[in-house]
Design a protein around this ligand. Structure first.
Ligand code: SF4
Length: 395
């Protein structure tokens, strides 16, 4: 395995130290939030109650949304302020068409690649940056995120915050948005100190490799900053804790593995495809999908291989509202929050596990190499005894 951006084992035997670090750091983040932005999260919660919001979540989830807002404002505010209305509309419509008419993808993706690189990177020579203040800053950011197409769930989560800030006196809204940015700055510094050892290669990738993605559809996705990896890592921990009770009460469990975990290429893999997910046909003993599928057969949980994030959406939609099956979603750090929030919005009990590293052919490596997860973390989610780990050697 080679490290392209992040690595949870970080040259160690496995990623157990990462799971300890991220749990402790998440405690520290929530403790710091208590001292700074907790009141804002609470006020937002009351605002939703007053406005009869359909779905209320835990305080820690709102704290995470506010942290997300602060981090994104720090990372993308300049880009957002230089995006004008017409390219924003064109890009958002392309995202909509791509999602709803998947057969158009081969035509839309090259166009999105060019337009995203030109208009979303904030580097276009014709771009003039408007200074935005208060809630306008947040509106501008959400429009940019929507046009980028990589932040669908984040857009859904951040829109109610626009309504909330708009309901406040202007000065108060400005102060609260400023607090979220201040908290995000604290998070960026602290997360670098604690989680930075797992994401060291992101800087190298952004400096020396990311320019190869210029004009490609995944230019924005692959250009995500180191703090965004840390944000997703902490977000996964916060959401897993908040959602664990509901998930653990389910009668059945299903593990969704990404296709980048298989040992063979798409052409040589013999898995059976039913239009949405693959079932392994055990062609290669060393293949992790094969091993996890057999592990599932022995311990009573299902394993499904999902080829792409759009198929993940289709898979979830077929099970919308199913409270009997607890899903363990496995994905790379950058896709994790989107996948978790998507399942949650469909009423599906879920917990997530990060891939130990990324290596898929779609985004990160010309040939692609098989990815992996921490079996001990999977056992914890499935409440299996540690002796069961002997079935699969994760070293
Ligand atoms: S073992 Fe299964 S998932 Fe792995 S390459 Fe073969 S058919 Fe595909």
């Amino acid at each position: 395995m080679k490290t392209i951006t992040y690595s949870l084992p970080n040259e160690g035997k496995n990623s157990e130290n990462y799971y300890k670090d991220v749990a402790l750091f998440t405690d520290a983040v929530l403790e710091e939030a208590d001292k700074s932005i907790e009141q804002i999260a609470e006020d937002f919660q009351f605002f939703l109650i007053r406005n009869k919001s359909k779905e209320l979540r835990s305080r820690s989830e709102y704290i995470f949304e506010l942290l997300t807002l602060g981090v994104f404002l720090r990372v993308y505010e300049t880009n957002a302020n230089s995006l004008s209305l017409i390219p924003q509309k064109i890009l958002s419509n392309l995202v909509y068409l791509r999602k709803n008419y998947t057969w158009l993808k081969p035509f839309i993706d090259p166009l999105r690649g060019v337009l995203s690189t030109y208009f979303l990177s904030g580097k276009s020579k014709s771009a003039s940056t408007r200074l935005q203040v208060g809630v306008e800053k947040v509106k501008s950011l959400v429009l940019w995120l929507d046009a980028a197409g990589e932040f669908k769930q984040e857009v859904i989560r951040l829109k109610p915050w626009i309504n909330y800030f708009s309901s406040l006196p202007v000065d108060n809204a400005i102060n609260q948005i400023f607090e979220s940015i201040k908290f995000a700055k604290w998070f960026e510094n602290k997360s670098l100190a604690v989680l930075g050892k797992y994401t060291e290669k992101v800087e190298f990738f952004l400096e020396y490799k990311h320019h190869d993605y210029k004009w490609d559809e995944d230019y924005i996705f692959c250009g995500r900053k180191r703090v965004e990896y840390h944000l997703n890592m902490v977000g996964a921990e916060i959401m897993n804790r908040a959602w664990f009770d509901e998930y653990s009460k389910t009668k059945k469990k299903a593990v969704l593995l990404p296709a980048c975990m298989r040992a063979k290429s798409k052409l040589r893999c013999k898995a059976f495809f039913n239009g949405i997910d693959y079932s392994c046909s055990y062609c290669t003993a060393s293949c992790r999908v094969n091993q996890f599928t057999k592990y599932g057969e022995a311990h009573g949980f299902g394993v499904f291989m999902i080829p792409h994030s759009t198929d993940f959406t289709k898979w979830l939609k077929r099970r919308a509202g199913d409270k009997d099956t607890g899903i363990i979603g496995v994905t790379c750090a950058l896709n994790l929050m989107t996948g978790g929030w998507e399942a949650k919005s469909l009423g599906i009990p879920i917990n997530c596990i990060l891939l130990d590293y990324c290596g898929c052919k779609n985004h990160w490596d010309k040939k692609g190499f098989p990815t992996d997860i921490n079996i001990t973390e999977l056992n914890r989610k499935l409440k299996l005894k540690s002796s069961d780990e002997l079935v699969i050697n994760n070293s």
